[in-house]
Design a protein around this ligand. Sequence first.
Ligand SMILES: NC(=O)c1ccc[n+]([C@@H]2O[C@H](COP(=O)([O-])OP(=O)(O)OC[C@H]3O[C@@H](n4cnc5c(N)ncnc54)[C@H](OP(=O)(O)O)[C@@H]3O)[C@@H](O)[C@H]2O)c1
Length: 248
Amino acid sequence: MGERLAVVSGGGTGIGAAIARVLAVDGFDVLVVGRREEALRATTARISWDIARPGAVRAVVADLADPEQVSRVAETVEGRAVDAVINNAGSYRGGDSGTLAGVAHQWRANLDANVLTAVLLTEALRPALRRPGGRVILVSSIAAQQGGGGPYSAAKAALHGWAYDLAAQLGPEQITVNVVSPGYVTDTEFFGGRMTPQGHARRVAATLVGRAGTPDDIAEAVRYLAGPAAGYVTGQVLGVNGGSVLGR
Ligand SMILES: NC(=O)c1ccc[n+]([C@@H]2O[C@H](COP(=O)([O-])OP(=O)(O)OC[C@H]3O[C@@H](n4cnc5c(N)ncnc54)[C@H](OP(=O)(O)O)[C@@H]3O)[C@@H](O)[C@H]2O)c1
């Protein structure tokens, strides 16, 4: 058993799987949470094999928008202190905005997927956070800062305001709370076939470095914030976007 424990939501795929890997490499025991058991199992097996540490990454199947299922995630921590909670789960939820009922449905779906998942997991694990030294990290999106995703942008922006309050509440206990805001990242399931060659080229052209981001680009920012060197960084939004949005 490692000395430190991290919980990574959405850790079965994409950015979350990259975060689980770097934290496991750094010696954390990692609990990855998602709704699809198969994706979680494949990732946990791959990482544990690659780093030759059996059981380094374990899977918990849960829909994090459902309070009862989130309670069960907290139970699996089994009385251990949680060193880092990485709220990475999220998705863009489309819908029919031609009726008010459709608008309400789409907004609720985006708030559930991107806000409630983070709020419920963090609140469930809040009593278990290591004091002093715990870390809460929220993965938002460049869409929170520049728009472009309708209710998805608004939901991700909500994480920023909440992070500032949570940082103020937990700061006296030496627990930090920060947001990592990714720009355009490929090699994940996020776009699910929606990305066109034109959309890809436009997003790459909007960066200053002339390339799309990788899951590892985001994971390395999380690695820093989750580590011991970042204890004086709290209440911040760290953009990892190739320069697509500057200085905020
Ligand atoms: N890719 C990009 O360009 C980009 C840019 C900015 C921000 N982001 C953000 O980065 C994060 C990771 O996205 P990604 O690009 O790695 O896409 P991804 O591969 O689709 O990962 C999202 C993960 O979240 C999990 N998830 C979604 N809803 C959940 C729920 N209700 N309960 C539990 N798990 C849930 C999914 O697993 P299950 O489906 O198995 O539950 C999946 O593993 C997301 O928050 C996304 O909004 C991505």
